[in-house]
Design a binder for this molecule. Structure first.
Ligand SMILES: [Zn+2]
Ligand SMILES: [Zn+2]
Ligand SMILES: [Zn+2]
Ligand SMILES: [Zn+2]
Length: 413
């Protein structure tokens, strides 16, 4: 609920609008009712402002070029035809031409369609495509903003689709950490904390758990896959710069969720160079019991099943389901020759049935490269004892792998 005040009213009139309505819709409502509202950016001064949001169509009348303009914060019904010389939006004009060219090149792939330039109007199909593309761009930008508002780590998240008209996923909610299903409790308080003056050299938390410190001085993982990571926790005396606090600081690299051009849906690529053996991201989702995972596995299609991640470090009681709730890792594709490797991590929760899952680079990854991990290596890191094989629900259907690696095993499960 929000309040908007008509400029000339001294008394307060409360307006009710649905909670989840978008900023654009609020601005549209506000302008339509001629109401100002500081918190959504509509003031007396800009109440009647007109800013071009995107261009929808093109025509030539009496040798004059016109563009159909969608105005920002105004509904489609107020779109107007404006002469080219009135438009001060070179980038949007460029976008319009690019979209038109892309559409034509796509159409021409199939059949030879020659379209005369300087036509007096656009074909309706082209204008429709340009508007859909503009709307998609806005929706993806809005989703990108939302992801960055929700994430609590340093690296930025970008979203890009230059491939098709797919918009943001409809049934996906960004979370930063495990979301336990009702009845499952994640004890987020360690029972032990170290009191080292230097966690790198002293007998620290890993030693207490009977394992080696996982990292070297350059924050790279130095233990073999399959070995657990025990990081310093909230009970430890050491500060945030302790060399044994890596996964808990979250993703440091800026990543991009992008639409793949080889039919693998969304994927994730890095926008910066990733050092070898460094932490890239955590795999999070709903924590459910393995029985619940069996049940969901029966309901999910092939794609849904690939989001089920068995926590089989020491037991097989729990599964992480990242189908609806997850972070960037939800969008990371499988490869039989991956550049990310899975590790079990214990920080504030020392319950060995519920490790956190961290993905580390196996080699240097160039900026722009797609990130992948081996879906069959989930958990144990050992294909032969893979828990997927024990699960009748997940065994029912096999999904063909399209990773393209020389060593591709042919199937995702
Ligand atoms: Zn320590
Ligand atoms: Zn410690
Ligand atoms: Zn420490
Ligand atoms: Zn493969």
């Amino acid at each position: 609920m929000m309040d908007v005040f008509p400029p000339n009213f001294s008394s307060t009139i409360a307006w009710c609008v649905p909670c989840l309505v978008s900023l654009d819709t609020l601005q549209e409502l506000s302008r339509k009712e001629k109401l100002t509202c500081k918190s959504i950016g509509i003031t007396k001064r800009n109440l009647n402002n007109y800013e071009v949001e995107y261009l929808c169509d093109y025509k030539v009348v009496k040798d004059m070029e016109y563009y159909l303009v969608k105005w920002k914060g105004w509904p489609d019904s107020t779109n107007t035809w404006e002469p080219l010389q009135n438009l001060k939006c070179p980038l949007l004009l460029q976008q319009f031409f690019n979209d038109k060219r892309n559409y034509l090149s796509q159409v021409q792939k199939g059949k030879a369609v020659t379209l005369k330039e300087n036509h007096s109007s656009l074909q309706p199909a082209i204008a429709e495509y340009i508007v859909r593309k503009a709307k998609q761009r806005i929706a993806l930008q809005r989703w990108q903003d939302e992801l960055n508002r929700r994430k609590n780590h340093k690296g930025m998240i970008f979203v890009e689709n230059t491939v098709d008209l797919e918009g943001p996923p409809l049934d996906f909610y960004y979370i930063n950490e495990y979301r336990p299903a009702p009845g499952i409790s994640l004890v987020n308080e360690a029972t032990f904390g170290c009191s080292c003056t230097d966690c790198f050299f002293e007998k620290c938390c890993p030693a207490e758990a009977g394992v080696l410190l996982a990292y070297n001085k350059n924050q790279q993982i130095k233990i073999p896959p399959g070995t657990p990571i025990y990081e310093c926790n909230s009970r430890c005396q050491c500060g945030p710069d302790c060399p044994n606090r890596i996964v808990q600081k979250g993703t440091q690299y800026s990543l991009c969720i992008f639409r793949t051009s080889n039919g693998c849906g969304w994927g994730v690529k890095t926008l910066v160079k990733i050092k070898r053996m460094t932490f890239v991201m955590e795999y999070v989702g709903e924590v459910i019991t393995s029985e619940e995972a069996e049940r969901r596995g029966q309901l999910y299609d092939n794609k849904g099943i690939t989001y089920l991640f068995d926590l089989d470090y020491e037991s097989d009681e729990f599964t992480v389901d990242a189908a609806r709730y997850g972070n960037v890792s939800h969008f990371v594709n499988h490869s039989c020759d991956p550049n990310l490797q899975v590790f079990n991590v214990f920080i504030d929760n020392l319950d060995t049935r519920l490790p956190r899952i961290a993905l580390f680079s196996t080699r240097t990854i160039r900026a722009g490269e797609e990130l992948t991990f081996d879906y069959q290596m989930k958990g144990s890191g050992d294909i032969s004892s893979d828990s997927i094989d024990h699960s009748p629900a997940k065994k029912r259907v096999r999904t063909v792998c399209r990773c393209g690696a020389v060593t591709c095993r042919g199937y995702l499960n």
